[in-house]
Ligand binder design. Structure first.
Ligand SMILES: Cc1cc2nc3c(=O)[nH]c(=O)nc-3n(C[C@H](O)[C@H](O)[C@H](O)COP(=O)(O)OP(=O)(O)OC[C@H]3O[C@@H](n4cnc5c(N)ncnc54)[C@H](O)[C@@H]3O)c2cc1C
Length: 278
């Protein structure tokens, strides 16, 4: 097998600051942002990477910060999965994101792969996406001209499509405080190094009258918030009714990893486990 290990006939721009990077995107685009490169290198290696001009974000430490700002958990786009696992703020405020980060690839991938790359890559199987959907995160996009804040539920517009413009970078994710018990589970062939068959992240409220939050990956063209199932549960539906609603609400496909029927069944089982706190 031929391994392509260098970017030879390609251009790499190396900005020194975020402001530089945004100017380069505006004036010298189109450019493809590069963060940890764990997704980009797969396409490079397969020979399917059509882009030839790249913008290296890796040294922009300002985008790596994780902090609590004005009551919001703010996670820089360049925070790696290892950074998420090690962050006291993320462990305290968003343990379901720590659980998701632990299941991304192996340690090497966790050390390089970033949350911004996971979100921008827009795979329906991205492990952090259901967490961010259930957490009602905001995606902060910056361009040389302005900053836009997009609710996570409005970020994706279709399979691997998002509202991000080519002159914009994801700079951070903002997550409001969450009340209730957080839950995350990934079902795949193996716990890590395997793309999920189904991922479910959710929040079970401490009070019955409040609506639970349920988000799933790998069961639709984009990450899916199970709004009908959430409403049914808040209105007192039994577990069986809620499972039936969930199975009709998701739109999984048959592919090499799993069948649509199996994914429906697994999603229903995960719902039962989440509600039972297992
Ligand atoms: C062996 C292996 C195992 C993996 N296992 C998993 C897994 O279990 N779960 C999972 O979810 N993923 C997995 N992945 C996929 C990948 O590691 C993650 O999606 C990772 O978070 C991508 O981050 P990155 O920084 O490496 O992105 P990159 O490869 O640098 O970029 C990915 C995409 O995002 C864009 N981009 C990156 N950062 C920004 C930004 N700040 N603003 C705008 N666009 C940006 C790039 O242009 C590119 O299109 C795996 C990958 C490999 C190679």
């Amino acid at each position: 097998m031929i391994m392509r290990s260098v970017i030879s006939d390609r251009t790499l721009l190396e900005p020194k600051s975020l402001a530089d990077a945004l100017k380069m995107l505006r004036d010298e685009g189109p450019l493809t942002p590069m963060a940890g490169c764990t997704d980009l290198y797969v396409s490079l290696n397969f020979g399917t990477l059509a882009e030839t001009r790249f913008l290296d974000l890796w040294r922009l430490d300002a985008l790596r910060k994780i902090e609590v700002r004005r009551g919001m958990l703010s996670i820089g786009a360049l925070a790696t999965h290892t950074d998420l696992i090690r962050s006291r703020a993320v462990c305290q405020r968003l343990p379901m994101l720590v659980a998701a980060a632990r299941e991304v690839g192996g340690v090497q991938i966790q050390n390089r792969g970033t949350i911004g790359g996971n979100v921008a890559n827009a795979s329906p199987a991205g492990d952090t996406l259901p967490v961010l959907a259930a957490a009602e995160a905001t995606v902060v996009l910056a361009s040389a001209g302005d900053t836009r804040r997009i609710p996570f539920g409005a970020f994706y517009t279709g399979y691997r499509q998002s509202v991000r413009r080519p002159d914009e970078l994801i700079v951070r994710l903002e997550i409001p405080r969450i009340r209730g018990r957080q839950w995350f589970r990934k079902v795949g062939t193996r716990a890590a190094q395997a793309i999920s068959k189904v991922v479910l992240a959710g929040v079970v409220p401490s009070r019955r009258a409040e609506q639970p939050r349920i988000a799933l990956g790998s069961v639709a063209p984009t990450v899916l918030r199970a709004a009908r199932t959430e409403t049914a549960l808040a209105q007192g539906a039994s577990l069986e009714e809620a499972q039936r609603t969930l199975m009709s609400e998701i739109v999984p496909i048959d592919d090499i990893r799993s069948s649509a029927d199996y994914r429906r069944r697994v999603a229903a089982n995960l719902l039962a486990q989440m509600l039972a706190g297992r």
